[in-house]
Write a protein that binds this ligand. Sequence first.
Ligand code: HXC
Ligand code: NAP
Length: 280
Amino acid sequence: MFEKTLLAGKRALVTGGGTGLGRSIAARFIELGAKVAICGRRQEVLAETKAALDKEAGEERVSIFPCDIRDAASVEAMLDGIWAEGPLDILVNNAAGNFIAQSEKLSPRAVDAVLNIVAHGTAYVTLGCGRRWIGAGRKGTVLTIATTYAETGSAYVLPSAMAKAAIVAMTRSLAVEWGPKGIRLNAVAPGPFPTAGAWERLVPRADLAQKFETKNPLGRPGRHEELSDLAVYLVSDKSGYINGEVVTIDGGEWLQGAGQFNFLSELTDAEWDSMKPAKR
Ligand code: HXC
Ligand code: NAP
């Protein structure tokens, strides 16, 4: 699908790149020639991912930065460390926290736990990169992993819905403010893509997993490579005129939930046929 050297010479930071979708995106960037920095709170997870991805590449392509993005000073120290090796071209805001809960029972610390990672942490990393790009007169591109419910809201994940809406607003705001400086920002809104991190926090009963994964017109969950290839396109120069966009990749899940008459998929062919007016 892509030229094998599409991202050759590019340097990317994938936050939360030690696990799940961030790891898959980092792996795909590396396949297409990029060098990738990954960050997360757990050093051992980052080290294991680095070893695996470097091994696949056959050379050292990954650098790791243990960092809690909720802490602005740690983010600055990480970005200084990355820039000491060379400037970034690409930022993927992937790190997130989430869990399901009845909203009226959320404690203040529970609200903060998610909002501080997703809204504040993402802003710290994005502003830190932008400040460096603008200061050096360099181009850059940012891809933020949002969710479909950033637009619609969702029951039982209130802090995540609020925070994802905030980072969509960040994407659209900065796309306009920083576009003239050569910095593009886009987002993706994924539906269900199975990962250990999300499923252990969001799927409360085994029998609900299948419902979660198949309640979309395509009847299946997303494949990591489908999201990774979209990410590659959006951070590459091939998408150079796309700026401030949120691309939904959910098999049509949210539309299925939205359309007034979509529930009529329950009708049988015989029921549809019986409704046709008889030929005169
Ligand atoms: C209610 C909860 C809770 C839960 C934690 N808390 N889990 N409250 N229900 N299930 C409360 C705690 O009781 C505490 O409040 C406060 O939140 C902070 O908890 P800590 O465990 O101290 O937080 P911390 O160690 O900082 O961990 C942050 C976290 C955790 C967000 C709670 O889940 C995490 O580390 N997540 C990172 C990875 C992740 O979430 N991946 C999934 C992303 S998936 P009190 O008041 O008791 O002290 C995603 C998918 C979206 O976003 C779309 C899917 C289709
Ligand atoms: P995941 O594997 O749990 O990924 C979350 C990553 O973020 C972890 O590597 C975690 O590492 C890191 N992280 C969390 N808090 C952090 C902090 N304070 N500082 C630095 N890093 C932190 O889950 P995932 O499913 O791959 O999710 C990745 C992204 O996709 C998230 O933005 C999520 O909202 C989004 N998304 C996922 C789905 C899905 O179906 N999977 C759907 C829609 C959107 P540490 O714990 O080591 O810090």
